[in-house]
Design a binder for this molecule. Structure first.
Ligand code: SAM
Length: 194
């Protein structure tokens, strides 16, 4: 295992997930998704780690995240990359996660309140893209905004079953897709909603 992966795993293991939750804090150490209000969830910890490791983050990279949610995954992305651009459509979650991440002293995160299903064109291209809600297909806008040599992790499918896919854009701009896992995420709202 690379030193970088070990570093991410070590950091992840000492993260206090309850810090990112307003309710059910006593359940924070269990390895399952938990409600954070507004019919949304803080993701399952083992999946947060798996998705983050799949991105192969480097300190020089610019990351786009769709679905800030509690800010739990955002904190991990921001710690192991240069800059994170994160989008959340629910105002209350957007404000709460922004406050939490500021309390952690993470000052390399740009927040956007709104529908992120078409990405964040003004700041593209992104070296890495993390999508934490499920879409019917990989949004073409995200493929366009992914840098050459870039990677994206995204759950794709229906409300009943989804595939967690690793999408890689090679140096020539060709797209390769790998199945990582079978998962169940809340829907990505908007144009690619299931
Ligand atoms: N990793 C996050 C965490 O652990 O807190 C996951 C949050 S939850 C599974 C997915 C989030 O995506 C929700 O907060 C939801 O509001 C948000 N979301 C869904 N569709 C969206 C869209 N089109 N644009 C931005 N955010 C969206």
């Amino acid at each position: 295992m690379s030193e970088r992966r070990k570093e991410i795993i070590t950091y992840f293991r000492q993260m206090d997930r309850s810090f990112f939750m307003d309710t059910n804090k006593d359940l924070a150490t269990f390895d399952y998704a938990l409600p954070i209000g507004f019919e949304q969830t803080i993701s399952q910890p083992s999946l947060v780690l798996e998705m983050t490791l799949a991105l192969d983050l480097e300190p020089s990279q610019k990351v786009l995240e769709l679905g800030t949610g509690s800010g739990f995954q955002t904190a991990l992305l921001a710690t192991f990359s240069k800059t994170v651009y994160t989008i959340e459509r629910i105002e209350e979650l957007h404000h709460r996660s922004k406050d939490r991440l500021a309390q952690l002293g993470l000052d390399n995160i740009h927040f956007n309140l709104g529908d992120g299903s078409a990405g964040w064109k003004e700041h593209a291209p992104f070296d890495r893209i993390m999508v934490t809600a499920a879409a019917t297909e990989v949004p073409k806008e995200l493929l366009e905004q992914l840098n050459h040599g870039g990677k994206m992790v995204i759950p794709v499918g229906s409300s009943a079953s989804q595939e967690l896919q690793l999408i890689e854009k090679d140096a020539e701009g060709k797209i390769h897709s790998t199945l990582l896992n079978h998962v169940l995420f809340v829907p990505l709202k908007g144009k690619y909603e299931m």
